[in-house]
Design a protein around this ligand. Structure first.
Ligand SMILES: Nc1nc2c(ncn2[C@@H]2O[C@H](COP(=O)(O)OP(=O)(O)OP(=O)(O)O)[C@@H](O)[C@H]2O)c(=O)[nH]1
Ligand SMILES: [Mg+2]
Length: 752
C-alpha cells in the first residue's frame, strides 16, 4: 500500500501563516480531547489547528500511546504560543499614564483619566481581545473576608487617638469609607458597614467571582467602569474601587500591539490596601519592560519617577525579568510659549520661525518651542539616568530610551503637532516590535515542534530489522552522551550551589554584626525624621508586617534587614541569573550548551533518512525542553531572590504584631525596643534561616533541571529509537518541506 499524503492546508493571513489540519475524533474520549488538544484556536497570527485523523493513523490499540504522545507534544506547542509578557506603566498620580495608554490604543475614552478630583485607584491590566470585537472589562474583587479585615483596620485607624493618628492613613481610610458608603459612613459601626445590602449592586463581590462586562464601544466601557477603577471625590457612595483588586480590560483590534503583551496601569498613589499592595508588589517581577511616566515640566528635576524605579528595582531586576526602561515625558504640549522663550533666552530666529508673521505665527512658535523643549528634556533625562548608579548596574544605555509625548495632541482633531511629533506612533511601534518579537518566538517554537512531530511520524515508516539495529546503535551513542552531558551540568550546578552558599555565609556574618545598627538608623529610629509623624509610620509598618507604602514612598524593614545578604549575593546572582544579555556563566547559557546531539553524531548517522528524521525529532524535543527549563529558571530565580526578604519577614511577624499593640504615652519607645530586642535575640538564627531557604530553592531547581533533562530526553529516545511503532501508510515528507519553507518565510518576514 502506498503512503498517503495528508492534507496540509495553508494560507496567508495578513502576511502570517495559517496552518489547518483536521481534528481527530478517534481513540480519545471527549474529556481528553478538550484538554489535550483544544483545536478551537481563533484569529491569531498563527492559527494552529492540528489534527491527526486525516493522517489516517489507522491506530491499533498499542498505538494509542503514540497518538497520545504526539498529541501531548502538539498541545504543549499551543500552550507556548499563548505566553504573555507584561509592560508596567509607572508614575506619580496625574502624570498621564491612563491617557497615554488610551492614546497608544487610539481610543479617546477607554481608561478613565484624571480630573481635578479623580484618579486611578486599582491596577488595570490592558490586553487584546483575541476572540471578538467587544470591549470587555473583567473586575476582580478582594474577598469579603479581606474587606472585613480592612474595614476593621480602617475603623481602628480612624479611632486612633491624636498621638497615634497617621494623617495619610486617616485620609486614605476616610476616602475609602466615603467612596463606598457615602458621606455619613463614619457614623456607622462595623456591623452596620459589613451588611450585605451595601453590596447589592455588586453580587459578584459577595459571591467571590469575577464581574464581566461587555460593550460595543470603548466609550460605553469607559462610562460603566469608572466606579470600579477611579477614586472620584464628587461621587461619594457610588464607587466600588475600595473592594476591587484588579480590572482587566480587553480591547479589540489591537492584536498587532497586544497579542503577547499586557499593559499594566499601576496606580500612582500609595495604597494602604494589603491585597492591592501585595498585587502591586507581585506584578513587578513579571514586567519585562518598565515605562516610567513623568510630566515633561518636571522631567529634569522630579525625583518621584526615579524613586519609584529605585524602590522597585530589586523586584524588577534581580528578583524579576525586566530588561528595558523607557522614560516617557508626558504633556509635551503643556507649554507657555512666551514664558519658555524668555526663560531659555530664545528668539524667533533661534527656532527657525520666519519673521513674516502670518496668521499661523503663534501656532508655529508654540510648535517650535515644544520640539525645542522635547530635545532639552531628552538630554536632561539621559543625564539623570547617568547618575542613577543602582539602576545603571542593571540597565545599560541601549536598554534605556526616552520619549517626549503628547497624548492630548495625538487625540486632538486640530492638533498643532504632527502625529509623529507627539511621539505616540513611536511608542506604538515600540510595542509592536516587542509584540512581534514574541510572535516570532512563538512561531519558531511552533514550527520547530511541528517539524519534530512530522519527523517522528516519517521515521516510523521503516522498522526493518536492519533499521532496528541501527536505531539501537544510535540509542547507545546518545545514551552515553546524555550521561556525560548530565554529569557536566550537575558539576556546574553544584559549583553554583557552593558559590551561593559561600556568598550567603559571608552575608549572614555581616548581617549578624551590622543589621541592627542599620535597621535602627534607617527604619526603627531614623534621626532625621520628625518624632511624632514617624511614630505613625512605624506603627503602620508594624501593622503591615514590616512594609509601608505611602505617597511619600516605601519603608520596608524586612528589605532593610536583608541588605547585607543581598549585598553579598548580588554580583553572583547577576552573573548566574541576570537576564540582560550574556554573562558567560549564566544558567541559561549553560542550559543552551547542553546537547545530546553533537555535530559528529549528525555526520555519522545523518546519511540514513530515517535516523536523520529521528535526530531532527530529538533535536526539536531537546530545544523545546531547554526553552521550558529556561523559563522555569526565571520563575525560580525570582522566588530565590524574594525569599531572603520574605523569610526575614516571617521571622519578624510575631514582633510586628506585638509592637503594633502598644498605645499611649511611651508607645513609640516600646515599639522600637520590641523590634530591636527581637532582632537581637533572633539574629543568630534568622539570617541563617533565610540563607538556607534560598539554598533550598536552588536545590529544588537543580533537581528539576537534572530530572527533566534526564527523563524527558530518555522518553523521546525511547519513543523514537526503541518503540517498534510503524506508520507505513503515511508519507509526510511534503509536509516537512512545506513547514520548513513556511518557517523560513515567517521568520524572515521582514524581508518578504
Ligand atoms: N495637556 C495635556 N494634559 C494631559 C496629557 N495627558 C494627560 N493629561 C491630563 O493629565 C491629567 C492626568 O492624566 P491621567 O492620564 O489620568 O494620569 P494618571 O497618571 O493616569 O493618574 P493616576 O490615575 O492618578 O495615577 C488629566 O487631566 C489629563 O487630561 C497631555 O498629553 N497633555
Ligand atoms: Mg490613571
Amino acid at each position: 500500500m502506498g503512503r498517503r499524503v495528508s492534507p496540509l492546508a495553508k494560507s496567508w493571513d495578513r502576511g502570517f501563516l495559517t496552518l489547518a489540519w483536521l481534528e481527530n475524533p478517534v481513540n480519545l474520549d471527549s474529556s481528553n480531547r478538550d484538554s489535550d488538544l483544544d483545536s478551537s484556536t481563533t484569529d491569531t497570527d498563527l492559527d494552529l489547528d492540528l489534527n491527526m485523523t486525516d493522517l489516517d493513523l489507522n491506530l491499533s490499540s498499542g498505538d494509542l500511546r503514540l497518538n497520545l504522545h504526539l498529541r501531548s507534544i502538539i498541545s504543549g506547542l499551543e500552550r507556548h504560543c499563548k505566553k504573555k509578557t507584561f509592560v508596567g506603566v509607572f508614575g506619580k498620580t496625574g502624570s498621564g499614564k491612563s491617557s497615554l495608554i488610551n492614546a497608544i490604543l487610539g481610543e479617546k475614552m477607554l481608561l478613565p483619566s484624571g480630573t481635578i478630583c479623580a484618579c486611578t485607584s486599582v491596577i488595570i491590566q490592558v490586553e487584546a481581545n483575541m476572540t471578538n470585537s467587544s470591549y470587555i472589562a473583567e473586575i476582580d474583587f478582594i474577598s469579603k473576608k479581606d474587606w472585613e479585615g480592612e474595614l476593621k483596620s480602617i475603623l481602628r485607624i480612624l479611632s486612633d487617638d491624636k498621638e497615634e493618628r497617621n494623617d495619610d492613613l486617616v485620609s486614605a481610610s476616610k476616602d475609602k469609607l466615603i467612596a463606598l458608603y457615602g458621606e455619613d459612613a463614619e457614623m456607622e459601626d462595623f456591623d452596620e458597614l459589613i451588611k450585605d445590602d451595601h453590596f447589592s449592586d455588586i453580587p459578584e463581590f459577595l459571591m467571590s467571582c469575577t464581574k464581566t462586562l461587555s460593550f460595543d464601544t470603548a466609550a460605553e466601557l469607559f462610562d460603566a467602569t469608572g466606579c470600579y477603577i477611579q477614586h472620584d471625590e464628587l461621587k461619594p457612595g457610588e464607587c466600588f474601587w475600595p473592594v476591587v483588586k484588579c480590572v482587566t480590560i480587553k480591547v479589540p483590534n489591537c492584536k498587532d500591539t497586544l497579542e503577547h503583551i499586557t499593559l499594566l496601569d499601576l496606580p500612582g498613589t500609595g495604597d494602604y490596601n494589603k491585597s492591592r499592595d501585595e498585587m502591586w508588589k507581585k506584578s513587578l517581577p513579571n514586567c519585562s519592560s518598565v515605562w516610567l511616566v513623568s510630566e515633561i515640566n518636571r522631567a529634569g528635576s522630579e525625583k518621584a519617577a526615579w524613586d519609584i524605579l529605585n524602590s522597585s528595582l530589586t523586584d524588577l531586576a534581580q528578583g524579576g525579568e525586566c530588561t528595558s526602561i523607557t522614560f516617557i515625558c508626558t504633556k509635551s504640549d503643556d507649554l507657555d510659549t512666551q514664558y519658555y522663550m524668555r526663560s531659555c533666552k530664545l528668539k524667533d530666529e533661534d527656532l527657525g520661525i520666519p519673521s513674516d508673521q502670518d496668521s499661523k505665527y503663534m501656532v508655529k512658535k508654540k510648535r517650535a518651542c515644544i520640539l525645542h523643549r522635547n530635545d532639552k528634556a531628552k538630554n536632561l533625562v539621559r543625564q539623570r539616568f547617568e547618575k542613577q548608579c543602582q539602576i545603571k548596574k542593571h540597565f545599560s544605555d541601549e536598554n534605556f530610551q526616552v520619549f517626549t509625548v503628547s497624548s492630548a495632541e495625538f487625540t486632538e482633531d486640530n492638533s498643532l503637532l504632527k502625529p509623529e511629533e507627539t511621539e505616540i506612533p513611536h511608542l506604538r511601534e515600540l510595542l509592536r516590535s516587542l509584540n512581534m518579537r514574541y510572535t516570532k518566538e512563538a512561531t519558531k517554537h511552533y514550527f520547530d515542534g511541528a517539524l519534530g512531530v512530522l519527523s517522528l511520524i516519517q521515521a516510523y515508516g521503516d522498522n526493518s530489522r536492519v533499521m532496528t539495529q541501527d536505531k539501537s546503535i544510535l540509542y547507545n551513542v546518545l545514551d552515553k552522551k546524555l550521561q556525560n552531558e548530565l554529569e557536566g551540568i550537575q558539576e556546574y550546578l553544584h559549583h553554583l550551589l557552593s558559590e551561593l552558599d559561600l556568598c550567603l555565609s559571608e552575608g549572614v556574618i555581616e548581617s549578624e554584626e551590622k543589621s541592627i545598627d542599620l535597621a535602627v538608623k534607617k527604619v526603627i529610629a531614623p534621626t532625621r525624621k520628625n518624632g511624632s509623624a514617624y511614630h505613625r509610620t512605624l506603627k503602620a509598618l508594624c501593622r503591615n508586617e514590616g512594609y509601608f507604602r505611602s505617597k511619600q514612598g516605601e519603608t520596608d524593614l524586612n528589605q532593610c534587614l536583608a541588605t547585607y545578604l543581598y549585598k553579598h549575593i548580588n554580583n553572583k546572582f547577576n552573573l548566574y541569573f541576570g537576564i540582560c544579555g550574556k554573562t558567560g556563566q549564566s544558567v541559561y547559557e549553560r542550559i543552551d550548551e547542553f546537547s545530546i546531539i553533537s555535530s559528529k553524531t549528525t555526520e555519522d548517522y545523518g546519511d540514513s533518512a530515517v535516523l536523520n528524521h529521528i535526530l531532527n525529532f530529538l533535536k526539536s524535543e531537546e530545544t523545546k525542553l531547554k526553552d521550558q527549563l529556561k523559563l522555569s529558571v526565571v520563575v525560580q530565580k525570582k522566588k530565590m531572590y524574594a525569599v531572603l526578604r520574605d523569610s526575614l519577614r516571617n521571622s519578624m511577624i510575631s514582633c510586628y504584631r506585638d509592637a503594633a499593640l502598644f498605645v499611649g504615652v511611651g508607645s513609640m519607645k516600646k515599639m522600637q525596643d520590641t523590634l530591636i530586642e527581637h532582632i537581637e535575640s533572633s539574629k543568630g538564627t534568622m539570617f541563617r534561616h533565610a540563607k538556607n531557604e534560598m539554598l533550598e530553592l536552588f536545590k529544588t531547581l537543580m533537581v528539576r533541571i537534572e530530572n527533566e533533562l534526564r527523563t524527558e530526553l530518555k522518553k523521546a529516545m525511547d519513543q523514537s529509537l526503541i518503540d517498534s511503532n510503524t506508520l507505513h501508510d503515511l508519507n509526510v515528507s511534503k509536509e516537512i518541506q512545506d513547514v520548513k519553507m513556511l518557517s523560513d518565510a515567517v521568520l524572515n518576514q521582514s524581508q518578504i
